[in-house]
Design a protein around this ligand. Structure first.
Ligand SMILES: [Zn+2]
Length: 347
C-alpha cells in the first residue's frame, strides 16, 4: 500500500505548556489531530474548572493568531490534588469543558509537586463523585519512592494502586496513560471495563538501549522511562490487535534543547509534529498499517463517548527525515531527530 486515507485522528494526551511557546506547539498538534486532550501540569497547575476555562481561552487565542479555521476546541483536564473538592468535580462535569481529571502521584514527573500524596485517604469522596458522574481519571501510573527501581515504577503502581483502585471504584472510568510495560498491557487487557490505556510513539519505537547508545542521550529521557525490548514488543502487539482498550496519546511534551541537555535534564519527548507519521511507520514496519485507523482514530472516541471525526487525512509511503531541531520560540529537538520515517502526511 502506497497511500492511505483515514479518519483524522485525535491526541488523547498532549502537553502544550503556556505563554510564548503555545502558538507553535498548538500548530503542530492541529496539523496532525482533530481533538486534543490537554494535560494540566503547567508550572502553575490547572487545579480546578475555572483554571481550565482560563487556560482553554489562552489556547484558543493562540489558535486564532494562527488563523486556523474550523478547528476543534481543545478538550481540557484538571489536576487532581489532595484538596480537590467534590463541588469542583460537579462544576467540571457541568462545564462541558473538562474531559478528565489527571492523577499525578506526588513527585512522579514534570510539575508534580502538587500531586496526590494519599489517593485513598484524601481523594475518596472526589473519586466517588467522578465515578457517579462518569468523569475519567487519567493516571500517570508510577510510584515515586526511592526504594523502587525506576524501571519497576509502573509495575508497582499497578500492584499497589491500580488494582485496589479498580476494586474500590469498579465503575470509575480509568485511563492508564502512556503505558510502558508488558505488565501494564496484561493488566489493562484483563481488567474489567471501563478501563483503557494510551500508548506513545516513543514507547512503540524505542527500548531503553537508545538512552545509552554511544553516550547518554537526554532526548530519549521520558517518564515512564523507556523499558526493555520485551515491553516494547508487548506494546506494539497491544496497539495493533484491534483491542479497543488501547489508543493513541502522544504525551508530546516540549522542553527546550537547553533544558534537556542539562545537568538536571527534563523528562519528556516532543512528537506532536510527526506523531501520526511515526505511528504509521511503526505499524507498517510490523505489517499492520491496516490497523492504524482503529488505534489512532476510533478507539479513543469510543472510550470517551464522542463521535468519530468527519474529516480525513492522507498518508503516502515516502521516506523523510525528522529534522534535527525545531524552532517554536524555543529550540526543540524533536523525538527521533535525524531518523527516517517511512510515511508522510500530505494534503
Ligand atoms: Zn504526559
Amino acid at each position: 500500500m502506497q497511500k492511505i486515507t483515514i479518519t483524522k485522528p485525535d491526541d488523547w494526551h498532549v502537553h502544550l505548556r503556556d505563554d510564548f511557546i503555545l502558538e507553535g506547539v498548538v500548530k503542530d498538534s492541529l496539523k496532525n489531530f482533530s481533538r486534543i486532550l490537554v494535560m494540566p501540569n503547567l508550572v502553575n497547575p490547572i487545579k480546578n474548572t475555572q483554571d481550565a476555562i482560563n487556560y482553554k481561552t489562552r489556547i484558543i487565542n493562540a489558535i486564532k493568531k494562527l488563523k486556523i479555521h474550523n478547528y476543534f476546541e481543545p478538550l481540557m483536564s484538571i489536576y487532581l490534588t489532595d484538596n480537590t473538592s467534590e463541588k469542583d468535580i460537579e462544576l467540571a462535569f457541568r462545564s462541558g469543558v473538562i474531559f478528565g481529571v489527571k492523577l499525578y502521584p506526588f513527585r512522579s514527573t514534570t510539575n508534580s509537586f502538587d500531586g496526590v500524596t494519599d489517593l485513598f485517604g484524601k481523594c475518596s469522596l472526589v473519586l466517588y463523585k467522578m465515578e457517579e458522574l462518569g468523569i475519567p481519571l487519567l493516571i500517570h501510573g508510577e510510584v515515586f519512592n526511592k526504594t523502587v527501581d525506576i524501571f519497576d515504577r509502573e509495575l508497582i503502581f499497578i500492584e499497589n494502586i491500580a488494582i485496589p483502585l479498580k476494586e474500590k471504584f469498579p465503575k470509575l472510568k480509568i485511563v492508564l496513560e502512556h503505558i510502558s510495560t508488558k505488565d501494564a498491557v496484561e493488566y489493562v487487557k484483563s481488567a474489567k471495563d471501563p478501563i483503557a490505556a494510551t500508548i506513545t510513539p516513543q514507547h512503540l519505537f524505542y527500548n531503553r538501549n537508545i538512552i545509552f547508545n554511544h553516550g547518554l542521550n537526554p532526548h530519549f529521557y521520558c517518564l515512564p522511562i523507556l523499558k526493555r525490548e520485551k515491553h516494547r514488543l508487548a506494546l506494539i502487539e497491544a496497539a495493533t490487535i484491534n483491542n479497543t482498550k488501547f489508543f493513541i496519546g502522544t504525551d508530546s511534551a516540549p522542553h527546550s534543547k537547553e533544558n534537556k541537555e542539562n545537568e538536571s535534564g527534563c523528562a519528556g519527548c516532543y512528537s506532536a509534529c510527526y506523531a501520526v507519521e511515526m505511528y504509521a511507520t511503526i505499524f507498517d514496519r510490523v505489517g499492520c498499517i491496516d490497523k492504524l485507523e482503529q488505534f489512532i482514530s476510533f478507539n479513543g472516541p469510543n472510550f470517551y463517548g464522542l463521535p468519530y471525526n468527519s474529516t480525513k487525512i492522507n498518508l503516502i509511503k515516502q521516506s523523510h527525515i525528522i529534522p534535527k531541531k525545531l524552532n517554536r520560540n524555543i529550540e526543540i529537538v524533536p523525538l527521533g531527530a535525524g531518523e527516517l520515517l517511512d510515511w508522510k502526511l500530505v494534503e
